[in-house]
Design a protein around this ligand. Structure first.
Ligand code: ADP
Ligand code: MG
Length: 323
């Protein structure tokens, strides 16, 4: 392309909120044959809300939010089960130190219910799995099956509840506790957060597919939730890569590209920076973190997945014109 054409394309991009980091990027974007979207914050709003709290009775039967907690003095007290509010209070305390959108929704819900949430005595973030904290002397875990499994807490009594919530597209998290001075942990309950799919996500996917681009989704979230979201936006189930740990996201993109594909990776989070860097074109979207923007080749100023289509179209149009 002539420098003039590149200049025109870059300017048109900038006017439309699509920032190409250089003329070479503008040229490359038209050759993308696969678009890989991060799920949370990219296809979805990334603004989670707590939707469910479930505790389990001594027989492992779920007691949903609003159900009856174990009565004081009753037979159940011997194997005391916490109320849904108590599970939420403990989970919220453990999540206080986490910046994760999943965590923020839990903390906000506890505040809204007026629960008295203590600061944890210790806190540790386990990337891609959840959090581990010390609350009132006990270790509290909030996270996925791997996190609790690694602590020796069997997540199976929650299996059905988890599956139900996940097929609704929610992210279900297990809450477990290892009481002070013991090594055996117990499963307390399940909390679930829901995210909203961005209004234009489906239109963006449809437009990309109309241009005969392969559209994929990459997420740390579990398979069932990921597929429920993919279905809503029109991404084929076989194009969903789920349960990808943050440090494995770039490898997942490399694998997608290993057959000669030229992928545009679209993401917003700190987690996504390495994946953006290895992609043929890395695109940071909207309110993305500085790290993501720095690693990206293209920055979309707005939070709109349709601007991905715009970026490819601008590249295509400007460079075709001068051929
Ligand atoms: P995503 O790629 O969707 O942003 P992450 O890689 O950050 O997801 O996390 C993957 C999974 O790990 C989540 O779906 C959740 O089950 C669990 N997880 C991560 N962080 C937290 C947290 N702060 N609290 C509870 N669970 C978490
Ligand atoms: Mg994300």
């Amino acid at each position: 392309a002539t420098p003039a054409a590149t200049m025109v394309g870059t300017t048109i991009g900038a006017r439309n909120g699509v920032l190409f980091k250089g003329g070479d990027i503008l040229e490359r974007a038209k050759d993308v044959d696969t678009v890989v979207f991060d799920k949370t914050g990219t296809l979805t709003e990334g603004e989670m809300e707590l939707t469910d709290v479930v505790v389990f009775d001594p027989d492992g039967e779920p007691i949903p939010d609003g159900g009856t907690p174990a009565p004081d003095g009753g037979e159940l007290t011997a194997r005391k089960r916490p109320s849904t509010d108590e599970v939420l209070r403990l989970a919220s305390s453990a999540e206080r130190g986490s910046e994760h959108p999943l965590a923020r929704a839990i903390v906000e819900a506890a505040e809204e219910r007026g629960l008295d949430v203590p600061d944890p005595e210790a806190f540790e973030n386990v990337p891609g799995q959840g959090v581990r904290a010390t609350v009132e002397g006990s270790e509290i875990l909030v996270g996925n099956r791997t996190l609790l499994g690694n602590e020796g807490i069997d997540p199976s009594p929650a299996a059905e509840t988890m599956e139900r919530l996940e097929s609704e597209g929610k992210t279900a998290m297990l809450v477990g506790r290892v009481p002070a001075g013991t090594s055996g942990g117990e499963l307390l309950g399940v909390v679930a957060d829901a995210d909203t799919v961005k209004e234009s996500a489906k239109r963006a996917v449809t437009a990309l597919r109309e241009r005969e681009l392969e559209v994929m989704m990459l997420t740390g979230d579990n398979e069932r939730t990921a597929r429920a979201v993919a279905e809503r936006v029109g991404i084929d189930p076989e194009n969903v890569r789920s349960e990808v740990l943050p440090e494995d996201k770039s490898e997942a993109v490399e694998r997608i590209q290993s057959g000669g594909r030229q992928a545009m990776m679209v993401g917003d989070g700190v987690n996504d920076a390495p994946a953006l860097a290895v992609a043929y074109v890395g695109t940071a979207i909207g309110s993305g973190t500085d790290v993501a923007i720095e690693a990206a080749d293209v920055t979309l100023m707005r939070d709109d997945p349709l601007d991905v289509v715009k970026a490819i179209r601008i590249s295509d149009a400007t460079l075709r014109k001068i051929r």
